[in-house]
Design a protein around this ligand. Structure first.
Ligand code: 2NL
Length: 361
């Protein structure tokens, strides 16, 4: 469409009007004012200037100006409708183009998850495999195979959570319980295949404890076990010292103190220098400069016999530690319940930053 008016100045305006159907919303509003604005729209000014023209021109020129005004008005109105339909069509289609974007949710890894992954990673580097097992266990796997005497106080209802159900067929007789440590998985591992055994076992364990600043009724444990010919306390001490240097720092001091567990003999506890005061003594280490991080020992002969291994041929060492507790020590968290709270301010303060969650961001 090319409108010809016979007047070059009006032809120029006609060309502008012809471009109205291609304008966007913003351009359309500006063009309406530029063409038809009451004060300085070009067509308004042309109409106002009619009086200065000679009479015979005034009629034809005036008619063309009016034609162009109607054309401009009609095209602007129809373009405006078109643009509005476009927006509402997008809304009807479920895409609200006017909605602001969502902020990307940046989360953090939970400190206990991080501690478990790091510990498992360090032992995997040394050739340990990872094993898991059931959280509902029998008295035999959880206590008796581990050389607990049948009247040991840990087996009391005050300490252990028992289930009101009989064990499955083929399982040893006795009560069912929620495992109080991950050791039954080590028993299952030793029964499943002959040595050499090198295994770490992360998992949840359960005790009949009231929750307070340092106790949870459900918490994590990691145990490790190495059984082979010729394994000695030297292997235990060297491996656990290496672990402390990898997990804390190469310069971290360590010490072993004698201890007692029914399933190891001899038994020990391992301390690392306090990670908060580095040995000078602070409230976190009760002024001692040391933090206890794990229990360990040489696998008791009776335990080896219970899984049909000859203690004259095979020896082993084992350790157990609590990742919830380690997380408290490492990050200086004063109350274990903070680890369960899901408070983002806490998790962001101690977590690994920069993990991006949610792809709808
Ligand atoms: C602690 C102490 C320990 C073990 C766990 C173990 C397992 C078998 C045989 C011998 Cl099957 N020992 N595990 C040994 C020493 C200590 O845990 O204080 N845990 C938090």
């Amino acid at each position: 469409m090319t409108v010809r008016t016979g007047f070059p100045d009006l032809d120029q305006i006609a060309e502008r009007i012809e471009r109205v159907p291609a304008l966007d919303q913003k351009q359309l509003e500006a063009e309406e004012i530029a063409l038809l604005g009451r004060k300085s729209g070009v067509l308004t000014l042309k109409a106002k200037s009619l009086g200065t023209l000679p009479l015979e021109q005034r009629k034809t020129y005036g008619a063309k100006v009016n034609e162009l005004k109607s054309l401009a008005d009609a095209l602007i109105v129809s373009r405006r409708k078109e643009l509005q339909v476009g927006v509402s069509a997008a809304l009807v289609g479920g895409e609200d183009l006017t909605m602001p974007g969502r902020r990307r949710w940046v989360g953090a890894e939970h400190p206990v998850t991080r501690v478990v992954d790091e510990i498992v990673g360090i032992f995997r580097e040394l050739g340990f495999a990872v094993a898991t097992g059931p959280e509902v266990e029998t008295e035999w796997y959880n206590f008796l195979a581990l050389n607990f005497p049948a009247d040991h106080p840990a087996m009391d209802m005050h300490d252990t959570l028992y289930l009101d159900a009989p064990p499955a067929e083929g399982e040893p007789a006795g009560r069912l319980l929620l495992r109080t440590h991950t050791s039954p998985v080590q028993i299952r591992t030793m029964l499943a295949a002959p040595p050499p055994v090198r295994v770490v076992i992360p998992g949840m364990v359960y005790r009949n404890d009231a929750m307070d600043a340092s106790h949870l009724p459900a918490f994590s444990q990691i145990e490790g076990l190495a059984v082979d010919e010729g394994i000695s306390f030297v292997d235990l001490k060297a491996t656990l010292t290496h672990f402390a240097h990898r997990f804390f720092s190469p310069a971290t001091k360590t010490r072993f103190r004698p201890s007692f567990f029914p399933f190891t003999e001899p038994s020990a506890e391992m301390d690392v220098e306090c990670q908060l005061c580095h040995g000078s003594g602070c409230p976190a280490c009760k002024g001692t400069g040391w933090m206890e991080i794990l229990g360990c020992g040489m696998v008791h002969e009776a335990v080896l016999e219970n899984v049909h291994l000859d203690p004259e041929r095979y020896t082993g060492w084992a350790f157990g530690m609590g990742p919830h507790r380690i997380a408290l020590l490492r990050y200086g968290v004063p109350d274990i319940r903070l680890l369960l709270g899901g408070d983002m301010r806490f998790l962001e303060a101690v977590g690994r930053p920069g993990m991006v969650g949610g792809d709808d961001a």
